[in-house]
Write a protein that binds this ligand. Structure first.
Ligand code: AP5
Ligand code: MG
Length: 215
């Protein structure tokens, strides 16, 4: 299955469930525009933009950035992309979900489900390319050359929110604010649960199969 898709899809799941990893593959295969609020916020923080300055303390401590800041970002990105978006990390709470409904019609919500012990392991072993943002894992998806990106040769770094303490806070925020979204989308009959266990390839194949009815 390949080729462009017009559907608008949300990827939901706890920190470390593989949203970014799967989104980068799915968006290429399906011709969707990948929009990650986490990546956009980290970019703004790196550049020191007004948004980045406001968002920094929230991202670094694992709390949600205030809705109005993130919604502005989403309006701009989704508005510019047209149909065929893959949202990674948005919405994060019911308020954001309601605001999203005013911007675009969501066709499917993929919920990657995985147990917490595995998440902490994955996040503390994650490394990200400083230049092209490619994501690696020292256990499950290591780079060919230690500390260097396979794709562009850039330096691999650890995200500042991948310490055990901040990961715990992010998981708490997920349970309290984001998890209730699964019920919200179940009621709307657009939730697709995906088992997040297994290799990156296995999760990808499961997700692709689950999207077949939409194509
Ligand atoms: P964000 O960047 O969205 O972080 P997150 O939701 O915590 O999720 P992660 O990016 O950590 O994990 P992921 O699910 O993408 O997993 P990945 O594919 O990297 O948000 C960061 C912060 O920004 C938030 O805390 C908040 O402050 C702010 N923010 C963002 N959006 C916001 C919003 N809407 N509202 C308010 N604030 C917002 O995989 C993880 C690791 O596991 C990698 O090393 C990968 O290689 C590995 N891996 C992936 N799949 C597998 C597999 N199947 N088997 C083994 N290893 C695997
Ligand atoms: Mg991510």
């Amino acid at each position: 299955m390949s080729g462009d898709m017009d559907a608008n899809i949300v990827l939901l799941g706890p920190p470390g469930s593989g949203k970014g990893t799967q989104a980068s593959r799915l968006s290429k295969t399906l011709g969707l525009t990948h929009i990650s609020t986490g990546d956009l916020l980290r970019e703004a923080i790196g550049l020191g933009t007004p948004l980045g300055i406001k968002a920094k303390e929230y991202v670094e401590s694992g709390r949600l950035v205030p809705d109005e800041l993130v919604v502005e970002l989403i309006k701009e990105k989704v508005g510019g992309a047209g149909d065929g978006v893959l949202l990674d990390g948005f919405p994060r709470n019911l308020e954001q979900a309601r605001m999203l409904e005013e911007i675009v019609k969501i066709d499917a919500v993929i919920n990657i489900d995985i147990e917490e012990g595995e998440l902490v392991r994955r996040l503390t072993q994650r490394r990200t390319c400083k230049s092209c943002k490619a994501v690696y894992n020292l256990d499950s998806n290591p780079p060919v050359m230690n500390g260097k990106c396979d794709r562009c040769g850039g330096d691999l770094i650890q995200r500042s929110d991948d310490t055990e303490q901040v990961v715990k806070e992010r998981l708490k925020v997920y349970r309290e604010s984001t998890l209730p979204l699964t019920e919200h989308y179940q009621r709307k009959k657009i939730l697709i649960d995906i088992d997040g266990k297994g290799t990156i390839e296995e999760v990808y194949q499961r997700t692709m199969r689950s999207l077949e009815p939409l194509r």
